[in-house]
Design a protein around this ligand. Structure first.
Ligand code: SF4
Length: 444
């Protein structure tokens, strides 16, 4: 009789990029016959995939490690925080192993030491597309690792190194498998999606007998042939982004493929702050660019994130930011209060730190300023028929998202329907009302 399979309790923290790493590790574990369990107690080991970007994320990671130690005792730590093992060892000297981000081989080596695999793994336990932590109908597709930029508030390049792009054909093969496994929406992620291929000088890559360049535009063209929704995240407004907008305009008419959605982390609008942040492409005339994109693709939704309270940010800088929000009319906006991440260059620029009370006040003012802008933009959808992908079916009302909403970060569409809907269904919905963040309508 076979020995029971070793059980692994897996905790995945952090951003979508970390989630992709978790999925890869879990796929490997399942391929080697490990079983996943939801509780630490009774597991043969616990793996914690950490996030080390902000101090609050580090605290969350340390908490998760502590929980693993107290409830189980055999803990392997991986992910961004694993790049700073001293902090972890200091708090929990007994952790079994610590590895950094994307260190799949080291994680598996540590797993083999702590809980050796079953002698006869059932390789066919792994579905063709790998094991996914996201619901079956959408999946993240990571196109590169690392980043060539050096934004002064960010330690990701230190943790993850310079940009390394995956060959286009490799990315497309993964995308094809996801679609074959039932995925209806692909979310393209990386640290800097529009820089895709810069490191390999846009090397040609053959997919389905067609030669593509390893480049943002070519990737968008290739993905648009798969007949699913494709959403672009972490796009910087480099000039060549303009070339992709016409593809999005087609999408908005046909109801599919490259979604009219751009997630661009602008981070600020004041030239002084952007300069101190050393943001890529900050010299671009952003408002004019957004306006031009909307002329080409009127249905485009722009989502962005901003940081308030960056060192040296004055009241005038902050006013420039809220003025920008008024002008730019961005559909979806997120805001963070600056945190002096250990190791970030921003802490050594000799700029005045903004007191916490002012950061909090600017955060509130920022949110209050943006809310009516987003709400007004949402009202435009009332009375329209739009496509909605269903995330969570319900007996009478299901929860879904429009083409302009990414999972987890944007709003929702609540869909009343007489016929049963399934997760991943893309339905036409007549929008009846909008509140501050969400839409409500009826399936037609
Ligand atoms: S673009 Fe800037 S913020 Fe984003 S990962 Fe690179 S350095 Fe960090």
């Amino acid at each position: 009789m076979n020995a029971p399979a070793p059980k692994v309790s897996f905790v995945s923290l952090g951003c979508p990029k970390a989630l992709v790493d978790s999925e890869r590790i879990i796929t490997r574990l399942r391929a080697e016959g490990y079983e996943l369990t939801k509780t630490h107690a009774g597991a043969d080991l616990v793996i914690v995939n950490t996030c080390g970007f902000l101090d609050s994320a580090k605290a969350e990671s340390l908490d998760a490690i502590g929980k693993g130690m107290s409830e189980n005792g055999k803990v392997i730590v991986t992910g961004c925080m694993g790049a700073e093992p001293e902090q972890i060892r200091e708090a929990y000297p007994g952790v079994a192993a610590i590895t950094g981000p994307q260190a799949y081989e080291s994680v598996m080596k540590a797993v083999h030491e702590v809980a050796p695999p079953k002698h006869d793994p059932f390789l066919d336990l792994v579905p063709e597309q790998g094991v996914k932590l996201t619901p079956r109908h959408y999946a993240y597709l990571k196109i590169s690792e690392g980043c060539n930029n050096r934004c002064t508030f960010c330690i990701i390049p230190k943790l993850r190194g310079d940009l390394v792009s995956r060959p286009l054909a490799d990315v497309m093969r993964e995308a094809e498998k996801l679609v074959a496994a039932g995925v209806r929406e692909i979310l393209v992620i990386s640290q800097d999606t529009s820089a895709y291929g810069v490191d390999v000088k846009y090397a040609p890559s053959l997919w389905r007998d067609v030669e593509y360049r390893t480049k943002f535009l070519d990737l968008a063209k290739a993905l648009s042939t798969l007949g699913v929704w494709v959403r672009m995240h972490y796009v910087y407004p480099y000039p060549h982004v303009d070339e992709v907008i016409p593809l999005m305009a087609e999408a908005s008419e046909s109801g599919g493929r490259i979604l009219p959605y751009l997630d661009i982390p602008f981070q600020h609008a004041s030239p002084n702050v952007l300069k101190s942040m050393r943001r890529p492409a900050h010299q671009e005339k952003t408002l004019q660019r957004i306006q031009k994109w909307r002329e080409i693709c009127p249905d485009l939704a722009v989502r962005s994130t901003f940081i308030v309270g960056f060192p040296g940010e004055t009241e005038e800088d902050f006013t420039q930011l809220t003025d920008f929000l008024t002008e730019a009319k961005l559909e979806r906006v997120g805001c963070f209060k600056y945190e002096p991440v250990r190791g970030a260059t921003a802490n050594d620029l000799g700029l005045d730190m903004v007191p916490d009370a002012i950061k909090a006040q600017r955060y509130d003012r920022f949110m209050r300023h943006q809310q009516p802008i987003s709400a007004k933009l949402l009202q435009r959808r009332v009375g329209k028929r739009i496509k909605v992908i269903i995330d969570a079916p319900g007996p009478t009302v299901s929860k879904g998202r429009s083409e302009w909403d990414a999972p987890e970060i944007d709003g929702a569409v609540y869909v009343a329907s007489k016929r049963p809907l399934r997760a991943g269904d893309i339905v036409t919905v007549k929008i009846e009302r909008a509140d501050a963040y969400d839409l409500h309508g009826i399936a037609v």
